[in-house]
Design a protein around this ligand. Structure first.
Ligand code: OGA
Ligand code: MN
Length: 227
């Protein structure tokens, strides 16, 4: 789902100028950036409540990994249920305000030319995981440029699993450079074409949001054609 941010008051950033600058500098130099406690606590709670309602009402759909993949193969790579943000709910609008502020800052600092953002809620059931992958491929029309992940888990414990592993680039098959617990309010940015990542199997339901800053609009009106 692609959204135009509605006209109105300037979108409220998740955090102040210095932290935003550090985050963007990390993204530019390392290809990824992690911020703990990035989303305000009340926003994390209201987004989590929203995701739980969507789940309980059966509004989440099994995520696909790409066109032409069989269901069986998809399950072995990615086991998640998702719902695209529509901006209809106030918590979604507040979140999209923060990502819009971030988009403008990334463009200002890196001349990135990002012009839209799309995001979905994601719920991994117990046992769910997501195998190592890139979010975009440089040999396809450039669309996803910067990936954003934000987690919504209330009280993540060691042993719950579900950590996100990050590698430095497509050729790095060594140990991950970072292994991040999906704690509520923490945020991760990654360059979509170059930073491989994976979600380890989670022992408990795991809640979050994944989104992409893009340079191209959806192709032929079909949103997210390759995923
Ligand atoms: C994705 C992804 C990470 C996460 O949806 O592409 O990598 O923590 N998500 O859910
Ligand atoms: Mn990903």
């Amino acid at each position: 789902m692609t959204l135009d941010f509605p006209a109105g008051p300037a979108p409220a950033p998740f955090f102040g100028e210095n932290r935003t600058a550090t985050l963007i500098e990390d993204l530019a130099t390392k290809g990824w950036a992690h911020a703990t406690g990035a989303l305000p606590g009340d926003l994390v709670t209201s987004l989590r409540d929203r995701l739980e309602v969507l789940f309980e009402e059966g509004e989440l759909a099994r995520a696909r990994i790409g066109r032409g993949e069989t269901e069986t193969r998809a399950n072995s790579i990615r086991q998640t249920e998702i719902a695209w943000l529509t901006g209809e709910h106030p918590a979604e609008r507040q979140f999209l305000g923060g990502t819009e502020a971030l988009r403008l800052e990334i463009n200002r600092a890196l001349f990135a030319g990002l012009f839209e953002f799309e995001a979905h809620f994601a719920r991994y059931p117990a046992g769910g995981h997501y195998a190592r992958h890139l979010d975009a491929f440089a040999d396809r029309p450039r669309d996803r440029i910067v990936s954003l992940v934000a987690w919504l888990n209330a009280d993540w414990q060691d042993g719950d699993g579900g950590e996100l592993d990050v590698w430095t680039g497509p050729d790095d098959h060594g140990h991950p450079v970072a292994t991040l617990a999906p704690r509520g309010g923490d945020l991760l940015l990654m360059m979509s074409e170059t930073i491989p990542h994976a979600v380890r199997a989670t022992a408990v339901p795991r809640l979050g949001l994944a989104g992409w800053f893009r340079v191209n609009p959806g192709v032929g009106g079909v949103l997210d054609p390759a995923a």
